[in-house]
Ligand binder design. Structure first.
Ligand code: FMN
Length: 195
């Protein structure tokens, strides 16, 4: 699969088989993330790779608990609202039981923190697709970055005091295969040509 095909056929995968990709495969995907561009070539995105099923399960519990305490308010953006509703029903598993969760962090107060990490996350999702693995951006830990329980837990996993959680993704084999990977039409993301 060439680069353009890997970009155009990448889809968010939300159903995973429990089978864990081997370490070399995960390292190759991480390498794609680490080779992403960064403002000023700062290379300050920190990748926390979690593959321990017990830790993934504990994280799902504390994220569910944190979301269950949030109030649904008018105008709350829809996927956040759905997460809160699912958490209150005890049904939120924010990482979809994928075998690998990669959390990205970057320096607090660094103006390119989110942009640099987004480049890394997209590189990793494209690499995963090229390797016939599913992936999905996972943002709950970013939203909960200032929650003291989440921060304490993530600090135990290697998050540094001077870092903020910028995002994350899950990777794994799609349960029953990957979602349809044909190129989907784009109706949003308008383009203005000048000249
Ligand atoms: C910044 C960002 C945050 C996202 N957060 C989540 C998330 O927390 N959980 C999730 O299932 N998908 C998340 N997504 C995936 C989007 O829902 C998905 O990319 C979008 O619906 C388009 O579908 P596609 O990726 O299959 O093209 C996120 C995507 C982006 C770029």
């Amino acid at each position: 699969m060439d680069a353009l095909e890997a970009i155009l056929t990448r889809r968010s995968t939300r159903r995973y088989s429990p089978e864990k990709p081997d370490r070399k495969t995960i390292e190759e995907i991480l390498d794609a993330g680490r080779h992403a561009p960064s403002g000023g070539n700062n290379q300050t995105t920190h990748f926390i790779v979690i593959t321990d099923p017990g830790i993934l399960s504990e994280l799902a519990d504390i994220v569910r608990e944190a979301f269950s305490k949030m109030e649904v308010y008018p105008g709350m953006y829809s996927s956040m609202k759905n997460n809160v509703i699912a958490a209150k029903a005890g049904k939120l598993v924010f990482h979809y039981n994928a075998p690998v969760l990669i959390v990205t962090a970057n320096r607090k107060g660094y103006g390119n923190a989110l942009a640099d990490s987004a480049c890394a996350l997209e590189n990793m999702m494209i690499a995963a697709n090229a390797m016939d693995l599913g992936s999905c951006w996972i943002n709950q830990l970013h939203w909960l970055d200032e929650d003291p329980v989440i921060r304490e837990y993530m600090t135990g996993l290697g998050l540094k005091e001077e870092e903020t959680i910028t995002g994350g993704l899950v990777i794994g084999y799609g349960e029953g295969g990957l979602p349809v990977r044909s190129e989907l039409p784009r109706t949003g993301n308008p383009v203005t040509w000048v000249g």
